[in-house]
Design a protein. Structure first.
Length: 193
């Protein structure tokens, strides 16, 4: 199995059940099956992306939320931390540069990046478009997306914005969801501050 360390890829043995790290936070359990048909999924234009909430916290009792994002080249998140949730990226199509702590990684289709809560991170799309899933455990991030975005008028990328987003307002909305914005988004050719 290939893993990532602070120094890049390294080979590691598959851990046995006894070697798994102890969980330090309780995880809400999903108490029944969840089948989320497209007609009940919310589509939001959020910071230049089409974000579709495939499974919401309301559907999972808060255990997790799953979102599907379509983003154009140059789309990027501000550098931020989540205080309450772990965020996992799964790249379906295109390419991202992911910044996690002091590390920078190229994420292509099939790449999974697990970003624990309180880890400083950001991403930027470096291909013409990218499609990726984000899993938030526990749920809650989807409520921030709904507050800071707007209902999508179509299942397409939103029209180009007239100007940059109001980062002060975005930071205020983020703080209501226990997310702290630390720095502006990276551009495709630079690293975040």
């Amino acid at each position: 199995m290939l893993g990532l360390s602070n120094n890049g890829p390294r080979a590691k043995a598959q851990p046995s059940a006894r070697e798994e790290p102890a969980m330090t936070h309780p995880i809400a359990s999903v108490t029944g099956s969840v089948i989320s048909d497209p007609d009940v999924q919310t589509a939001i234009w959020f910071l230049g992306t089409l974000s579709q909430v495939r499974v919401s916290g309301a559907q999972t009792g808060g255990a997790f939320a799953l979102a599907d994002h379509l983003a154009p080249r140059g789309n990027a998140s501000p550098v931020h931390v989540h205080d309450l949730d772990d965020e996992t990226f799964f790249v379906l199509d295109g390419e991202l540069r992911l910044f996690a702590g002091e590390e920078e990684h190229t994420a292509r289709p099939g790449t999974v990046a697990v970003l624990p809560r309180r880890l400083r991170h950001a991403y930027v799309v470096t291909s013409a478009t990218a499609r990726f899933l984000t899993l938030h455990t526990p749920a809650g991030f989807e409520r921030f997306v709904a507050e800071a975005g707007q209902p999508a008028q179509a299942l397409t990328l939103p029209p180009p914005p007239a100007g940059p987003p109001d980062f002060a307002a975005l930071a205020q909305a983020a703080s209501r969801h226990q997310i702290t914005i630390l720095a502006p988004p990276p551009s495709p050719g630079t690293s975040p501050d």
